[in-house]
Design a protein around this ligand. Structure first.
Ligand code: ZN
Length: 500
């Protein structure tokens, strides 16, 4: 909708718009909003539920690209107050801070909230047994739940009389505390089921806050319902039938979106990789750390450098990362938005910049662009400025093209044809992506060398020859011995001395 003003609005002037609207909550709103029938009642998950203003930015002016589905959201920051009025039997959870808890919970439940506020272990606010008992809710007709959230792109909420509810405190690096909250139906209490959700929420938020940027909101709520996995500021919707590693990874992923795109407000309509990809990348660290590695390698995408993942990410019909979600082939969205950008950042950290420089640059990107609207170029420039390195070759291969990497050993020769005089090893880049290369060389006398070759070896062509100070015959040459490169064909990475 466009609103044409009779008079232009001067700088600093305000305008108030009232919009009357209503709609019926769909049963299944493309996995982002909906309702689920459970044993003890319906769970409503409500999102994209109020008219929002298009972003006016200094790159494009008004961003009018419509919401179609695959591309998500591009939203402006602001303070949002909202309220939900529902029968007293219903529990409502929402983005931001609940302003009137005393009106919404019983005295007994308020005592439990106080206990949760001081507990690292999950405290039950409303138990499974109490789910059906009307006496465990305030004895009034309707309750109006009032929420307020500052500096946010969006708000969402959920409501149900079937909710079991629990909570624990989250301790942030600054010493500030906030709350981890979960609501779920009785059906979700299974082996390693939703009774562990609050533990997951707390661990995720504490991890990301410590590693990258402190969580800015007062609560983080996980809702079990029909939506399989969707993120909103301060509240996420995850599948009610998830448990164990799948519940961990969906909870951790959706909460990871707090940082991308809720804090760093990139344009999801255009650049899915900037939110899904950056988020998938940080999920790996969180998963490795959680409960001493309980779900290690069972994260959102598992090991992104596994041969399977490399074949998947660099397939011949891949779409570019920068293509808008609506034009990416449906089967390729996982790769372009999630796994390939995560692989890209892993390669940048492990192979190109190293942990120290990468982490400093990545943290600075979040700090510089928190509550702002970075473009891909703002990301590239921040990483290059802070790391102190021109990475145009890297973005060109990974973001702007769908180039593959395939390095092979092409020959081993001895100087003056004598192994005792040293060897010349030649490697070849059979595809178009340039990357630094580590090569391991083993001699028959047991000596071995690791040679780190910078990306500049590919500046003038696709072959590179380097010398090895061998004194006996070379037994083996291995490219990328630690499996850090997304090499498309690993069969040609090893050269072995022929057995005569
Ligand atoms: Zn996501």
């Amino acid at each position: 909708m466009q609103v044409w003003l009779k008079e232009p609005l001067a700088a600093g002037e305000k305008i108030k718009l009232s919009v009357n609207y209503s709609f019926i909550i769909p049963e299944y709103g493309t996995d982002r909003t909906g309702r689920l029938k459970t044993r003890n009642g319906i769970i409503y998950e409500v999102a994209q539920w109020f008219p929002r203003m298009a972003v006016y930015d200094d790159i494009q002016g008004w961003n009018t690209m419509p919401y179609v589905g695959a591309g998500e959201f591009y939203l402006e920051y602001g303070d949002i107050d909202f309220s939900v009025t529902a029968p007293a039997s219903i529990i409502v959870v929402g983005s931001g801070e609940l302003l009137n808890p005393q009106e919404c919970y019983t005295e007994e439940q308020m005592k439990r909230w106080e206990a949760a506020r001081n507990s690292d272990k999950t405290v039950i606010i409303k138990s499974e047994k109490e789910a059906k008992d009307k006496k465990t809710r305030p004895q009034v007709g309707n309750i109006t739940w009032k929420f307020s959230m500052q500096n946010t792109r969006d708000v969402a909420w959920a409501a149900s009389e079937a909710f079991v509810q629990d909570a624990a405190r989250i301790i942030l690096p600054s010493g500030k505390k906030c709350m981890a909250v979960s609501v779920y139906p009785a059906e979700s209490i299974t082996k390693d089921g939703w009774q562990r959700s609050t533990e997951f929420v707390k661990a995720s938020i504490e991890h990301y806050s410590k590693k990258w940027f402190e969580y800015p909101y007062s609560t983080a709520t996980n809702v079990a319902g029909i939506v399989a996995g969707m993120e909103y500021p301060g509240i996420v919707f995850c599948s009610y039938y998830s448990s164990g590693s799948s519940l961990w990874s969906v909870t951790d992923h959706e909460l990871g979106h707090t940082w991308f795109p809720m804090i760093v407000g990139s344009n999801e309509r255009k650049y899915a990789w900037m939110d899904e990809g950056l988020n998938s990348f940080i999920n790996e660290f969180s998963t490795d750390e959680f409960n001493k590695g309980e779900f290690k390698d069972k994260g959102f995408f598992g090991d992104t450098n596994s041969p399977f993942m490399v074949q998947y990410s660099f397939s011949d019909d891949a779409d570019g990362l920068n293509a808008i979600p609506e034009v990416i082939q449906e089967n390729n969205l996982d790769v372009s938005a999630y796994s390939k950008p995560a692989q890209m950042l892993t390669a940048l950290r492990e192979v190109v910049l190293g942990h120290e420089r990468f982490d400093a640059a990545f943290s600075e990107y979040i700090r510089r662009w928190a509550y702002k609207h970075p473009t891909p170029w703002d990301f590239f420039h921040t990483i290059e400025n802070v790391s102190g390195e021109d990475l145009s070759w890297f973005w060109r291969a990974w973001v702007f093209n769908t180039w593959k990497l395939d390095i092979a050993v092409s020959s081993v020769e001895y100087k003056e044809e004598k192994a005792s005089k040293g060897a010349l090893v030649t490697i070849e880049n059979l595809e178009k992506m340039p990357m630094p290369v580590t090569v391991k060389v083993k001699e028959t006398n047991g000596k071995q060398y690791t040679v780190d070759l910078p990306v500049e070896i590919w500046q003038r062509g696709s072959f590179w020859t380097f010398s090895v100070p061998s004194t006996t015959e070379i037994k083996e040459v291995i490219i990328d011995p630690e499996n850090k490169l997304p090499d498309f064909n690993r069969d040609n990475n090893e050269w072995k001395k022929k057995a005569f």
